[in-house]
Ligand binder design. Structure first.
Ligand SMILES: NC(=O)c1ccc[n+]([C@@H]2O[C@H](COP(=O)([O-])OP(=O)(O)OC[C@H]3O[C@@H](n4cnc5c(N)ncnc54)[C@H](O)[C@@H]3O)[C@@H](O)[C@H]2O)c1
Length: 267
């Protein structure tokens, strides 16, 4: 009988991370749920329970705490096959008002923390000769939103980090990919519950709705699975069409030279 696959999920206590935990458990993985929020982890342990879930409190910007979380996967489940490096923070601040402290904390958690998670997990995966890592970036890595410079920069950094890890570790049997959600219904995406700003934002989304956390988890589950066995260094945008282009109204009259314009002229 093949061994149960083991996944570690960061940012597991809330939002997308919680949905990833639920998805991996229903796909049959054993899961280590990692978060800085120990009370939140206690809640999911209480809600889910079972012998395929372990929790580890860690601030991903502190390497030793990340290493200790990886050790939980080894001690409880005998190894680590998959990492969903999902934890991140943001803040909305105009460019000229961003303090050095604020800039450094967001870069420290989102870029340095993601690096520690990838590197500490990959040490275990490299020894086993296989592994899959999926990073949660954002469409903000290139389709930027105002007042989020530190967050946007961090998510761009995370994509370059993902591609770098992928090229360096392909020969070790480790695939590294990313998802880029746009606006997902979590506590961090305040616009999704704003009665005025929400509907206004949705006018720009071709699919006309926000993403469910489970839809991001499903994409991560695909990239982590053997279904994606030849995919590495890639990003999948999960945005309901938001970044496809500009919604242009129909012209009042047929455009010059078009068949309809010529027909009109000759009639
Ligand atoms: N919600 C969206 O619209 C959206 C869009 C694009 C990308 N994302 C990305 O999705 C991921 C999850 O976001 P979310 O919306 O679920 O946010 P969330 O705030 O609901 O959850 C984030 C989780 O990360 C944890 N966390 C924060 N700092 C941490 C640290 N230093 N160490 C360990 N854990 C820490 C939090 O405690 C929380 O449980 C993030 O990478 C975010 O940038 C979210």
């Amino acid at each position: 009988m093949s061994k149960t696959r083991v996944a570690m999920v960061t940012g597991a206590a809330n939002g997308i991370g919680r949905a990833i935990v639920d998805r991996f458990l229903s796909d049959g993985y054993s899961v280590v749920a990692v978060d800085i929020d120990s009370a939140g982890l206690a809640v999911i342990l209480d809600e889910i329970g079972g012998d395929r879930l372990a929790v580890a409190t860690a601030d991903i910007s502190i390497r030793d705490e990340v290493a200790a979380a990886v050790q939980v996967a080894i001690d409880r489940f005998g190894g680590l096959d998959v990492l969903a490096a999902n934890a991140a923070i943001a803040d909305g601040e105009p460019f000229l008002e961003i303090s050095e402290k604020s800039w450094r904390r967001i870069i420290d958690v989102n870029v340095n923390g993601t690096f520690f998670c990838i590197q500490e997990s990959a040490k275990v995966m490299a020894a086993a000769g296989k592994g899959a890592i999926v990073v949660t970036s954002s469409t903000n890595s290139w389709y930027v939103e105002s007042n989020l410079s530190h967050y946007n920069a961090s998510k761009g950094g995370v994509v370059a980090l993902m591609r770098s890890a992928a090229i360096d570790m392909a020969k070790l049997g480790i695939r590294v990919n990313a998802v880029e959600p746009s606006m997902v219904k979590t506590r961090a995406a305040f616009i999704t519950t704003d009665p005025i700003g929400g509907p206004e934002y949705l006018k720009r989304v071709p699919m006309g709705r926000f993403a469910e956390p489970s839809e991001i988890a499903a994409t991560i589950a695909f990239l982590a699975s053997d279904q994606a066995s030849y995919i590495t260094g890639q990003t999948i945008v999960v945005d309901g069409g938001l970044t496809l282009g500009i919604d242009l109204p129909l012209p009042a009259v047929p455009l010059p030279g078009s068949a309809r314009a010529v027909d009109l002229e000759s009639s």
